[in-house]
Design a protein around this ligand. Structure first.
Ligand code: PLP
Length: 451
């Protein structure tokens, strides 16, 4: 197998688990029964107990070219030897310009100015700040309000949870949230959309709610609308046909910036470089992270339209810092080296369009919807190389059945993800058809075994 060839096999001893506070994890449950990944190659992980695990989620929607790509490993090692770190403020280093240039080449429309961050959450904060800076530079400083969407996920910064709409991520933290935010309704309706293949026919009209919010708050107060073109972390909600076009039209009509959060949908996941191209709707700002460098080193990238960059940068006096924002690790040399290597792999292997070009999305759709008659299945949603399989919740125990299905799949050798009672899938874009079958078969077995 891939892992054995790479010389990575056998069980490993577990370290002491006490000190680490694990993110988004049931710490006590985990520490009582740890699930540890110790190596990875291609489509597979190796678990601490020496088993091979097929990666059904590309790590966390991010390892799009598969694990352990030699060119990326080499590029990081070379860069670490050459120059470990360089300050990003008032100084530059060549690889960050090279990486930005490669990203600009695959950008939708004229979103060809690239700002580097270290994560999706930071990309979201950065995008919100760019929106404020843009309006202020144009003399419209009253535009300070953001419109997010119910069931949206935009990371865990205070900006991101404020515009986001996942209740558990917000309820404890209200004290630090942005005060000036409203939300569009989410786009999911089981009644009208269950078992849709790809984009649902029903729901474009939900974008009209933006008109209502504009009437309520007045356009002169609204800076930007931020949505995931396809919502991932909330359980894979595919945008209804025509919905994003409507949002675009309303934003343009009122001078409101449209931000697409493409942290999941970017870099080939839907069969085009970005969802913007897939849906033929061009935002003004686009947040990305994860697969930008195949997740080998933390990195986020915000894509910005030329005119926005021009307004902010040309609007400031010469010699002055134009945008008071940035991170110690913006454009970190190792992350940049990984980005250049990953983007070169994507381009050389045609990975950003493979899913559509090779009909993998159609095969995936068939395989996933083939689970319709499996036990507990309430709905199946899919687009590109993404699927959400929603299960009927157990009374008084929401999320429990999906959690147990996730555990069972892991035991059976496939890593899936769960959110609420939805199993979410998004394998690396190098997946073979036989491996798609393996994911579907494993899910069926797991669903048959859970109560
Ligand atoms: N935005 C979206 C749409 C995401 O799916 C995620 C993470 O899954 C984020 C933002 C946050 O990214 P990060 O965890 O890198 O901060």
């Amino acid at each position: 197998t891939e892992l054995t060839r790479a010389g990575r096999h056998g069980a490993v001893d577990l370290p002491n688990l006490d000190a680490l506070w694990m993110p988004f994890t049931a710490n006590r449950d985990f520490k009582a029964a740890p699930r540890m990944l110790v190596s990875a190659q291609g489509m597979h992980y190796r678990s601490h107990d020496g088993r091979e695990i097929l990666d059904g989620v590309a790590g966390l929607w991010c390892v799009n070219a598969g694990h352990g790509r030699e060119e990326i490993v080499e590029a990081i090692a070379r860069q670490a030897r050459e120059m470990d770190y360089a300050p990003p403020f008032q100084m530059g280093h060549p690889v960050q310009f090279e990486a930005a240039d490669l990203l600009a080449k695959i950008a939708p429309g004229d979103l060809t100015k690239i700002f580097f961050t270290n994560s999706g959450s930071e990309s979201v904060d950065t995008a919100l700040k760019i929106a404020l800076a843009y309006h202020r530079a144009r003399g419209e400083g009253t535009r300070t309000m953001f419109i997010g969407r119910e069931r949206g996920y935009h990371g865990v910064g205070f900006g991101g949870i404020s515009v986001g709409g996942m209740v558990a991520n917000r309820k404890v933290f209200r004290g630090g949230m942005l005060p000036n935010v409203d939300h569009l309704p989410h786009t999911y309706s089981a009644e009208h959309q269950a078992f849709s293949r790809g984009q649902p026919e029903w729901g474009a009209h939900l974008a009209d709610d933006l008109e209502r919010l504009v009437q309520l708050h007045d356009a002169s107060n609204i800076a930007a609308v931020i949505v995931e073109p396809m919502a991932g972390s909330t359980g894979v909600l595919v945008p209804p046909k025509g919905y994003l076009d409507k949002l675009r039209a309303i934003c343009s009509k009122y001078g409101i910036l449209l931000i697409f959060d493409e942290v999941i949908s970017g870099y080939g996941r839907l069969g085009t470089p970005f969802a913007a191209q897939r849906f033929k709707v061009t935002p003004d700002i686009m947040t990305t992270a994860k697969a930008v460098n195949n997740a080998a080193v933390p990195l986020g990238a915000v894509f910005v339209r030329e005119g926005i960059y021009d307004a902010v940068v040309n609007g400031a006096p010469s010699g002055a810092v134009e945008f008071f924002h940035g991170y110690t690790y913006s454009g970190h040399p190792l992350a940049m080296a990984a980005a250049v290597a990953a983007q070169n792999i994507y381009a050389r292997d045609g990975l950003l369009t493979r899913v559509a070009r090779e009909g993998l999305d159609a095969y995936w759709e068939e395989a996933m919807h083939g689970l319709r008659d499996a036990p507990h299945v309430k709905d199946i949603r899919n687009l590109g190389l993404v699927a959400g399989i929603e299960l009927h919740s157990r009374p008084e125990a929401a999320g429990k059945r999906a959690f147990e299905t996730f555990l069972k799949c892991y035991e059976l050798g496939v890593l899936v993800r769960y959110t609420g009672d939805t199993i979410a899938l998004s394998p690396p874009l190098i997946i073979k058809r036989g491996q798609i079958d393996q994911i579907a078969d494993t899910l069926r077995r797991a669903l048959s075994s859970v109560q």
